[in-house]
Design a protein. Structure first.
Length: 255
């Protein structure tokens, strides 16, 4: 039984399964503790005590094939790498140490704001520190150039998967004041969203979050410690004249 194949030319840092970077997924699969936990999560049977990592991986692959072929399984026809990554996510929620940190969970949304602010700054934007009450965004960056006009990027930060749909709905009224919107999540929160969606529908759908964001035209930023990586690009658009006037006034500039 050959192992799950990821593709020889697949970029290990840009490719994600269940929002876990491929490089980190491969690292986890080289850890016997993770393999044992993964075998237990997938209910792999018949592994002898002291089995080699190669035998464990082969047994896990065989079980994934069986689950993907079972119509009543949540993993029916799901991509094998998604099954691996999503099962590792389930394991990581119960684990401590490096395995528990695999999906970069955060203790709260407040700790996610500084890396996002740094990311906005790195793209040439200034953080707008006078957000109006009730805005759906944690951070808004802007840049006014003489010839290119006003550029506005808004980022909503969320650390609770159950609140993502509501947060996206709240972003809609503010879309006209931005050229691009993003939702910023840790891999853990993004993976939890997919997990809960699968529980609700009875089928794994790795594109559920992406489609939800694309309906709104929002991008996705993945936060891993101090690093922020665009995972889904937003749909950009021009700001209408009325909104532009209001924004320029808010920024203390003349329209």
């Amino acid at each position: 039984m050959p192992p799950v194949k990821f593709g020889f030319f697949t970029d290990p840092d840009r490719t994600r399964y269940c929002y876990l970077r491929l490089r980190r997924l491969k690292t986890a699969l080289a850890d016997e503790v993770a393999l044992d936990a993964l075998a237990a999560e997938l209910e792999v049977r018949g592994l002898a005590s002291g089995s080699s990592p190669r035998i464990k991986i082969a047994a896990i692959d065989h079980q994934i094939d069986r689950l993907r072929a079972t119509t009543s399984s949540i993993w029916h026809q799901a991509p094998p790498p998604d099954v691996l990554a999503a099962s590792l996510f389930a394991v990581s929620k119960r684990a401590g140490g490096p395995l528990g940190e695999l999906f970069n969970p955060a203790p709260g949304a407040a700790v996610l704001a500084p890396p996002v602010a740094t990311w906005l700054d790195s793209t040439g934007l200034t953080i707008f520190d006078r957000l109006p009450p009730g805005t759906a965004f944690a951070l808004v960056g802007y840049h006014k150039a003489a010839f290119s006009g006003l550029r506005v990027v808004a980022v909503g930060i969320n650390n609770d998967a159950s609140q993502i749909d509501g947060a996206l709905e709240a972003m809609k009224p503010f879309a006209r004041y931005t050229q691009a919107m993003h939702l910023a999540l840790t891999p853990a929160v993004a993976a939890e969203y997919l997990t809960e969606s699968a529980k609700a529908t009875g089928r794994w759908d790795g594109g559920a979050l992406a489609r939800r964001l694309q309906t709104l035209g929002a991008g996705l930023l993945i936060i891993e410690g101090d690093a922020v990586s665009p995972a889904i690009l937003p749909r950009t658009h021009a700001i209408d004249g009325e909104s532009l006037t209001a924004l320029l006034a808010a920024f203390g500039a003349r329209p």
